[in-house]
Design a protein around this ligand. Sequence first.
Ligand code: ASP
Length: 318
Amino acid sequence: MASSYGYPFKQQHCLSISQFSRPDIETLLSLGEHYLDLDVQKSPDRTILAGKTLVNLFFENSTRTQKSFEIAGRRLGADVINMSVAGSSVKKGETLLDTAATLNAMNPDILVVRHNASGAPALLAQKLSGSVVNAGDGMHEHPTQALLDALTLRRVFGEDLGGLRIAICGDITHSRVARSNVQLLNMLGCEVRLVGPPTLIPSDADRWGVDVFHDMETGLEGCDVVMMLRLQLERMSGAFVPSKREYFHFYGLDRAKLTYAKDGAKVMHPGPMNRGVEISSDVADDPHLSLITQQVESGVAIRMGILHALSDARDDIA
Ligand code: ASP
């Protein structure tokens, strides 16, 4: 059976950018655009996931991602259950596989999972009969963040992102956002740069299809977009930067450093931001420069698109 939007999207899960073909990605972005264009608050299509259950299982803290999956699921008519790990059996020592078996017995249609271990969502996908969406696994991937970033860019630069020069700056080593974005932006034909201190750039980055820079002045030259990342202290063992103050001096984005990029360059950040560490407030809050609020809006829309496509794919094999 054809999907409700024409393209035969066959993916059962959303685990990593690399699993998707270019037409899959175009379909997800088009669906995201559709939901951005719809006034979803006032006219949600609550039939798409009617009768389906979406479980949000977050082993790590989250504000944007968890809430946006919840809103996206509800707007499409799903029953949404938020499982708090703090109050669950996980805190009593239950293993991930036992949690998976318990969840499977409850038959959720979609499980959205965030875990501090890379690969945890992929493991759950093997054990569960429903679809699994990776909402961030360790330092590995955050595919829905990369998709919402691409959707945000399409709203500003048009459908074809080919040739855009994009600098991803800061703590690349510990960033799943960077890993997913590099793959997706490369697939869409962007010129991707990584900018950061040598201690925060992975040693294999030269094989990622990017150019690596260690100073903001040369790294940002000619860039259309500057994507800033947080110092992910929770994933660092030991000191990777001398001090936050010194880090801001060399790598924090302020108006002065932004002049190294193209005139009119746009600024992105996946959140949560550490103001005064990787980005100054006047840049983050300037609506002429910053796409940060649009990123959050795109987050709900792209997650509606992803849930829609996964649900159609599952209905097709049922
Ligand atoms: N929210 C993003 C993530 O979960 C970025 C961050 O935490 O810095 O990876």
